[in-house]
Design a protein around this ligand. Structure first.
Ligand SMILES: [Fe+2]
Ligand SMILES: [Fe+2]
Length: 168
């Protein structure tokens, strides 16, 4: 068994090393040429995975309305899978920092999106789109709650850090 593995190793290693060398040269080529193909694809993937989360959640609700409880549950599970795929790419792309920084980033984001939803609701009502007005308004309150919640989380986190540093 050991002999066999050794032989196989000898047989396979040159091919593997050759492949690694080629990949390495190609990667260097991308970097030198400023071609960040992988990063671009990851950005696009993050977008498409994020879209899928929304679609699967909406489809799950539809399935529930139509009485397909099990399918609804499964679609929700897929939505969560897509969320984790998206999360992995967000991490790979360096969008995730330490918790304090993350909360600060998202606090700004929630403040911005709350205002954007308010503006969007105004546009919707002026165009007579009552359903869009309703959903923009509903999600505006959601963003407001997120904003307040993140503020609380941030001050809790800062208190904790403070008490840690003053104890020493
Ligand atoms: Fe996915
Ligand atoms: Fe939000």
């Amino acid at each position: 068994m050991i002999e066999y593995t050794k032989e196989l190793n000898l047989l396979v290693r040159p091919a593997v090393e050759k492949t690694y060398k080629r990949l390495d040269e190609e990667n260097r080529g991308y970097l030198m040429g400023g071609k960040m193909q992988t990063v671009e694809i990851m950005e696009e993937t993050l977008e498409s995975e994020s879209n899928e989360i929304a679609l699967y959640f909406a489809m799950s609700r539809k399935a529930e309305e139509e009485g397909f409880t099990e399918i609804a549950q499964y679609l929700k599970e897929i939505a969560m899978d897509e969320a984790w795929h998206a999360a992995e790419f967000a991490m790979l792309l360096g969008k995730i920092k330490d918790t304090a920084s993350n909360l600060e980033t998202m606090l700004e984001d929630e403040i911005k999106t709350e205002k954007e939803k308010e503006e969007a609701a105004k546009v919707a009502i002026s165009e007579g789109n009552d359903n869009a007005f309703r959903v923009f308004t509903w999600s505006m309150y959601g963003e407001r709650n997120h904003k307040e919640g993140i503020k609380k989380a941030l001050s809790k986190l800062r208190e904790k850090v403070k008490s840690k540093t003053t104890h020493h």
